[in-house]
Design a protein around this ligand. Structure first.
Ligand code: SAH
Length: 348
């Protein structure tokens, strides 16, 4: 296991040979632990309503934005699309929307399980323990909740707590989810203003401490119509030489180090990574530790309204087009599409 000083050095070492070695090792560890299969998870953005005021996020409550919430029928139809394209999993993601209540989400999860048998991942923000429990009971398999940064002060600055917060941290939520039997996923944004190399090295250590089943890593992309976009002076960068840049290189190094720290985890080549290098961000992610892709199967009319960062919805291809692209990309990399749910191999 890498110690924190080594992790920190490998994040920023300018020597090209060191970087090549890091990527080669991450690729080998990926191959030896999770193999050459790349699993596809169909992402359904089920609501852009949100009660939170995250300073980085384009669907936060303060924005004037057309809001939508998919119906039970629309969500089920999207799940059928996933099934049709042989994806093994659907990921239901949303803003922290109170109307996606215990009953509604329970019904949706049961619908999907009954009709498709697909693995179901939820990513609905910080919710009540009874809700997590009911959704698990209904058949949900996994929960994604990024801790965004392990630095409590930076996290509080970009992710203000709700007025009546019970004060549970995202880490505590993840522990609760694990106890309920979920596979747990978390992760970070790379290059948040104020994020230092030391903080990012701690984030990577925390991936291992939490024994994450899934690790999502993407560059921070500034959304101009958010608090961080409007008031950059409130989110100052770390001292010169300490600030992590939100670029492809650092994101890939973080992915590679996450693979070395958590060899059996499922790690996606994220959409945000594919946006900072449209040509090869995704392939680079897959060649440097990642083994998952999350094609977006949200109905097109809604997709453009789920703009957590700019240009996210530029990917307007149909699932069929995406599949063609991915198959070609994987062939070039000597990889293949995984069959089945692609469960975490962490505990087996
Ligand atoms: N409401 C859910 C889902 C949020 S969207 C939740 O809070 O967990 C999923 C992820 O997108 C977030 O966890 C965050 O890491 C990422 N994200 C949001 N805004 C972003 C931005 N401006 N740049 C890069 N990633 C962003």
């Amino acid at each position: 296991m890498l110690d924190q000083a080594t992790t920190q050095r490998l994040l920023s070492d300018p020597d090209p040979e060191t970087v090549r070695t890091l990527y080669a090792e991450a690729d080998m560890v990926r191959k030896n632990h999770v193999g050459d299969a790349v699993y596809l998870r169909g992402l359904i953005e089920i609501s852009n309503h949100c009660r939170r005021l995250c300073a980085y996020c384009g669907v936060n409550a303060s924005r004037r934005l057309t809001r939508y919430r998919l119906s039970r029928e629309e969500i089920l139809a999207a799940a059928h699309t996933a099934k049709q394209y042989s994806y093994g999993t659907v990921v239901l993601q949303a803003g922290e929307d109170a109307a996606l209540d215990k009953e509604f989400v329970t019904a949706v999860v049961s619908d999907i399980k009954d009709a498709t048998g697909l693995a179901v991942t939820l990513s609905l923000g910080e919710r009540e323990p009874e809700e997590y429990a009911a959704w698990k009971q209904a058949g949900a398999d996994r929960y994604l909740l990024r801790f965004e940064t392990s630095d409590p002060e930076l996290f509080a600055r970009i992710h203000p707590p709700p007025p009546n917060a019970q004060g549970k941290s995202r880490i505590e939520h993840l522990q609760m989810l694990r106890e309920l039997g979920y596979e747990i996923g978390s992760g970070v944004m790379v290059g948040i203003p104020g994020q230092t190399w030391e903080m990012l090295a701690k984030d990577i250590a925390l991936f291992h401490e939490l024994n994450l089943d899934m690790i999502g890593i993407g560059p921070y992309i500034c959304h101009p119509d958010t608090e961080m976009g409007h008031h950059p002076e409130r989110f100052p960068p770390a001292a010169s030489g300490e600030q992590v840049p939100p670029d492809e290189e650092t994101t890939c190094r973080t992915v590679a180090l996450a693979r070395l720290m958590q060899p059996y985890a499922n790690i996606p080549a994220t959409t945000a990574l594919s946006l900072v290098n449209r040509e090869s961000g995704r392939s680079h992610g897959l060649a440097r530790g990642a083994n998952i892709i999350m094609p977006n199967i949200t109905p097109l009319a809604c997709r453009r309204l789920y703009e957590i960062y700019p240009a996210k919805s530029l990917s307007v291809e149909t699932a069929e087009e995406v599949n063609k692209q991915i198959t070609a990309q994987l062939q070039q990399l000597g990889r293949h599409i995984g069959v089945g749910p692609g469960n975490s191999l962490n505990r087996s």
